[in-house]
Design a protein around this ligand. Structure first.
Ligand code: ATP
Length: 365
């Protein structure tokens, strides 16, 4: 019997492959929760192109208010590039991240045998600053951080704040403390003396609260090279938004591609958002071959995080059961999608995880 109030988790499919991989993640998390006596009140909510077609807005009125009452949510990939150019078709990403102050995007990279990983022993986490930096849709409260004063000149503004840098650094130190107690700060203060300079200063400031964690600095271009040649050298990494965007895709490439790149957006508040690194992959939508791993693992990370934050052991158990199921499915080509050297479909992979969990669940106390 659950001894905690049900966790309230929103389920927002997003676009394209989101309609396949989010229901898959939901199904698996639901089965794990049930097996472990974890009560979850799932709240499916409309968002994206389907919401535009059916309700007249990609983010229907009331979405933020409802999300604000939840413990967390799963956000599927958003294909906003394909939205019609109308005011009702907005990209919900930056609004969601900003509204809930989800300033740290935690993106793990891990090798699994047989998938085509470039190394067998990668296990690192890149913590990407989420709400400032170069991304012009999220570094201003109004207007856009990129503008064209004349036909021949474009100016892109990069925003770095002390507070934003300190917050993400702290989140990264906390993760590093729970891992190998080593944090790598990636930047380019040799050129961006003020912007990256401030980011680095704040990392060291935050580091004073974590004397048990060793801190090192690596310049971003050198890091990009070392990540390819010697990824095992890194454990926990923190960096600014744009660098993190690029480096996490590079890291995904080391372990089988974008289907293997999960993420959890966290902040100071009590709400977190599970969001895979990849986009909505319209090229493979509806074909049954999109790799659901990144979305399932992001959802698993959310449940684990909520369990730790709220002190709910059953959530930790459900996350562990999901992990065992994922590992088992990934170990067999028949229950893997083709992008990771599998011979199966997405349904085979989901069924493989569910079957393993069913056979290995202990009855909840
Ligand atoms: P965005 O800018 O929104 O992140 P993107 O331009 O990086 O999107 P994606 O939609 O991520 O593009 O797709 C890039 C490539 O990776 C495509 O060929 C796509 O099919 C592939 N891909 C992305 N996600 C998956 C997945 N889950 N499984 C298999 N292939 C994927």
């Amino acid at each position: 019997m659950a001894s905690h109030p049900p966790l309230r988790i929103g389920v927002l499919n997003g676009d394209d492959i989101g309609h396949e991989i989010v229901p898959a993640a939901h199904r698996i998390a639901s089965a794990a929760a049930q097996a472990c006596g974890l009560a979850i009140d799932w709240r499916p909510m409309p968002l994206g192109r389907k919401a535009l077609d059916e309700l007249g807005h990609t983010m229907p009125p009331g979405t933020l208010e409802t999300l604000g009452t939840l413990d967390g949510f799963i956000l599927g990939p958003i294909g906003h590039q394909a939205y019609p150019k109308v005011p009702e078709a907005i990209n919900p990403h930056p609004i969601l991240r900003k509204s809930f102050d989800l300033f740290a995007n935690v993106r793990p990279t891990r090798s699994y045998p047989g998938l085509g990983c470039l190394y067998d022993d990668i296990d690192l986490v890149i913590v990407r600053e989420n709400n400032e930096g170069f991304q012009p849709d999220r570094n201003v409260v109004a207007g856009c951080g990129e503008f064209r004063p004349t036909h021949d000149t474009t100016i892109s503004v990069r925003v770095i704040t002390r507070e934003g840098s300190r917050k993400v650094a702290r989140a990264a130190f906390e993760i590093a403390r729970a891992r190998k107690k080593r944090l790598t700060v990636v930047h380019k203060n040799t050129v961006f003396k003020l912007g990256c300079g401030m980011f680095v200063e704040e990392c060291y400031e935050a580091g004073k609260e974590f004397p048990d964690v060793a801190i090192e600095e690596v310049i971003v271009d050198t890091f990009a090279m070392k990540l390819v040649r010697e990824p095992q050298r890194f454990d926990t990494v923190v960096t600014t938004n744009m660098f993190g965007d690029i480096l996490t895709d590079e890291a995904a490439g080391l372990v089988g591609g974008l289907g293997m790149a999960p993420g959890l957006c966290i902040g100071r508040g009590d709400i977190a958002m599970a969001q895979a690194t990849h986009g909505s992959a319209p090229d493979i939508a509806g074909k049954g071959i999109a790799n659901p791993y990144a979305m399932i693992e992001s959802t698993r990370m959310l449940i684990e995080w909520l369990g730790r934050r709220r002190g709910i052991p059953a959530a930790g158990e459900a996350a562990a059961l999901m992990k065992a199921g994922i590992d088992a499915a990934l170990a067999d080509p028949a229950t893997r999608t083709p992008d990771i050297r599998g011979t199966g479909t997405q349904t085979d992979m989901v069924d493989g995880i569910l079957k393993f969990m069913e056979n290995h669940a202990h009855a909840p106390a």
